[in-house]
Design a protein around this ligand. Structure first.
Ligand SMILES: Cc1cc2nc3c(=O)[nH]c(=O)nc-3n(C[C@H](O)[C@H](O)[C@H](O)COP(=O)(O)OP(=O)(O)OC[C@H]3O[C@@H](n4cnc5c(N)ncnc54)[C@H](O)[C@@H]3O)c2cc1C
Length: 311
């Protein structure tokens, strides 16, 4: 028999925010978290109003402290390894837990295709997002790796306030983009990249297979975001996009009744990429939490389903 109103899988900003909303609505919530958020390697969370500069772990700790005021919310350090319709989740520690509704707030993880040395600097001096770390490179020598239109755009964006080099790594760069970059003071290096060299987690230079090294203090690399190994959305049969995100509506509802998703792992069809930001993840968790509460109200009081007004 289900003991919880809701099981939340994932204790990042999305899951924690949903737990707060549901705890305040006197829902019995079990939040299960494997413990490693997407931004864990970073020194600080930026671009979060009132918490700009807070270390990621400290932000989670603050959230857990707040949640401790709501006795119907239980948090456990456990990894969900399987999930069945109904809903029953199986935990890595051997236990199981049941719930009337499920929220997937499992985030995404990042693969870094290169260059060699980027992994060790990820979140410290190898970045991907200009809104998370653009301010931190103000006035400093930085590099953008790649030559696609998105990389050219990022180089131009950063050139407004940093000394930027675009390192194509031999990817073709169209002549119009090259001319535009040069016109805006962006250096272009076309050699194949051998590795990033750093001291104490701090990038010092980019070493090429031929040609002189390029002194840089930060680099913006390409990251490929993907769902975690245990693909809970697939086990549940939720509709997903080719980029790995779970398809949700404006209230975080997935294609499977009773299953909701929030944070980086979820997006609407009208949004081309996940809105990967801590404050956006928290906001979507809040919305999904309220939608789940409304869903349970409809079930318990025989009310019509909560839906967006037409038109
Ligand atoms: C290097 C880096 C730096 C970043 N810096 C910033 C920044 O400065 N500002 C900003 O706004 N955004 C930043 N971001 C983006 C930000 O990290 C994400 O948008 C945010 O963490 C998404 O929150 P979430 O709750 O969806 O997922 P996450 O924070 O990733 O949390 C998901 C949680 O689910 C858990 N989990 C996954 N699978 C399971 C399972 N099977 N069972 C139990 N638990 C599970 C994970 O362990 C994790 O704790 C950064 C991202 C990266 C990669």
């Amino acid at each position: 028999m289900s003991t919880n109103d809701v099981v939340i899988i994932g204790g990042g900003p999305a899951g924690l925010a949903a737990a707060l909303t549901l705890g305040r609505a006197h829902r019995r919530v079990l939040l299960l978290d494997a413990g490693h958020g997407r931004n864990a390697p970073a020194e600080a969370v930026h671009n979060f109003l009132t918490r700009d500069g807070t270390p990621p772990a400290a932000l989670r700790e603050l959230a857990r402290e707040e949640l401790s005021a709501y006795p119907s919310v239980e948090i456990r350090e456990e990894t969900v390894i399987d999930v069945r319709p109904g809903f029953r989740v199986e935990l890595s520690g051997g236990g199981t837990a049941g719930a009337r509704r499920l929220l997937l707030a499992t985030g995404l993880s990042d693969d870094l295709p290169g260059p060699p040395g980027a992994e060790a600097l990820w979140g410290r001096s190898a970045f991907h997002c200009p809104y998370c770390h653009g301010w931190e490179v103000t006035g400093r020598p930085v590099a953008v790796i790649g030559a696609s239109p998105a990389r050219v755009r990022l180089a131009l964006q950063l050139s407004r306030f940093a000394d930027v080099a675009l390192c194509t790594g031999r990817e073709p760069l169209d002549p119009a983009s090259r001319a535009k970059l040069l016109a805006h003071g962006v250096t272009v290096r076309d050699e194949r990249i051998a590795r990033l060299e750093a001291t104490g987690g701090q990038l010092e230079r980019i070493v090429f297979e031929d040609g002189p090294p390029l002194p840089r203090q930060a680099v913006f690399v390409v990251n490929v975001a993907r769902r975690h190994e245990t693909d809970l959305a697939a086990l549940l049969g939720c509709a997903t996009f080719t980029d790995g995100c779970v398809e949700v509506n404006e209230f975080g509802r997935t294609s499977v009744p009773g299953v909701y998703a929030a944070g980086d792992t979820a997006r609407r069809a009208t949004v081309p990429v996940p809105l990967a930001a801590v404050i956006a993840a928290a906001a979507s968790g809040t919305v999904a939490g309220a939608a789940i509460d409304q869903d349970l109200l409809s079930a318990d009081f025989g009310l019509p389903a909560f839906a967006a007004p037409k038109g």
